[in-house]
Design a protein around this ligand. Structure first.
Ligand SMILES: [Zn+2]
Length: 346
């Protein structure tokens, strides 16, 4: 079996296409095996290549969290799915037995893991997952769109719908438009009827974000985005900030936040340590919300939006698996607007 792997952490030169990987078999009767048609990149994959604290890989480690494909094996206890079904994969796996799982909050599971991070990944020909982690889509679904959809849209949905509870008419600020989660947040915020301001260091990306529905844009180069937004809103500030940048933007994010505002984060690409003035936190009655991946109900909700054509991920480029390293390089350079996808099978 072919697959994009690493055998040690480091730079992108560690990424290696192998053709000697064992094809996985079912290890439980509640699993399905999926023949992968396409796999998509996420920022997480770059962190896995570079090495994450407390995450140990077993070489050769298959990269990738997102995929769409066709079921080719079904465990005996699986109902409602069959060989030949085209499916999207939710890359978040949980034990399904702890109190959080039983309460329907799988991402809070102490044994939560993500394909490609704690479990072998999707940038390969076959992947085995619990049946609970797949959802059927139409046979004519574009595999690149299907692969590009799940992780970022599921993450964005939980951030805006479940955690920040964005309402129609509210004002949402999204940092760094161009990446998968930020773009999904823009699409979902518009679907919810919010007014959206996006930032980027690239005027070209801002123009493309406007075409996707962004109401206002800020080129954040050399600008205090917090101050800028207070000016643009007549000192009111925004209701919700989506900040996955961390250290570099946190203070400006809080500066942009109005009374009763919510800051929601799912990452810290610029660094994890931030400063918050607690006096402003309680006086303005802010909420600071963490969010990771999504639960089964949220997975159902986003797949429903996908099937209805209301949420489809913008695609930056599709590469053959053999050119996987180039796709990683484009992501590392931050050049993409939309998702980077690897095509694996027809
Ligand atoms: Zn659990």
């Amino acid at each position: 079996m072919r697959g994009l792997t690493i055998s040690a952490h480091g730079g992108l030169d560690r990424i290696e296409l192998r053709d000697d990987l064992p094809t996985p078999s079912l290890t439980s009767d509640t699993q399905v095996r999926v023949r992968v048609a396409a796999a998509a990149l996420n920022h997480l994959d770059l962190f896995v290549v570079g090495g994450l604290p407390n995450v140990r890989i077993a070489p050769p480690w298959i990269l990738g969290s997102d995929a769409m494909g066709t079921i080719d094996l079904v465990g005996d206890a699986v109902t409602g799915l069959g060989a030949g079904d085209r499916v999207l994969i939710n890359p978040g796996l949980s034990d399904r037995t702890c109190s959080h799982c039983l309460a329907g909050e799988q991402p809070l599971c102490p044994r939560f893991g993500i394909l490609g991070e704690q479990l072998p990944g999707t940038m390969t020909e076959y992947v085995v997952v619990p049946a609970a982690n797949v959802r059927r889509v139409a046979h004519d679904t574009d595999p690149a769109e299907g692969a590009a959809f799940t992780l970022s849209t599921l993450t964005a949905w939980r951030m805006l719908v479940t955690r920040a509870r964005v309402l129609a008419g509210e004002h949402v600020l999204i940092w760094g438009i161009g990446g998968g989660v930020a773009l999904a947040c823009l699409q979902i915020a518009k679907l919810l009827g919010a007014s959206v301001t996006v930032t980027s260091g690239s005027d070209e990306k801002l123009a493309r974000a406007r075409a996707l529905g962004a109401d206002d844009t800020i080129n954040h180069h050399g600008v205090d985005v917090g101050r800028e937004l207070r000016e643009r809103t007549g000192k009111r500030g925004v209701d919700v900030v989506v900040d996955s940048v961390g250290e570099a933007t946190w203070t400006q994010s809080l500066g942009a936040l109005g009374r009763g505002g919510r800051l929601v984060t799912c990452g810290a690409t610029s660094g994890p340590m931030v400063t918050t003035d607690v006096r402003r936190l309680f006086w303005y009655q802010w909420s600071i919300l963490g969010s990771t991946m999504g639960n089964d109900a949220e997975f159902d909700a986003v797949v429903e939006q996908f099937r209805a054509g209301r949420l489809r991920p913008p695609i930056d480029r599709v590469y053959p698996l053999e050119e996987g390293r180039e796709a990683f390089a484009r992501m590392q350079d931050g050049k993409q607007f939309g998702k980077l996808v690897l095509r694996i099978a027809p």
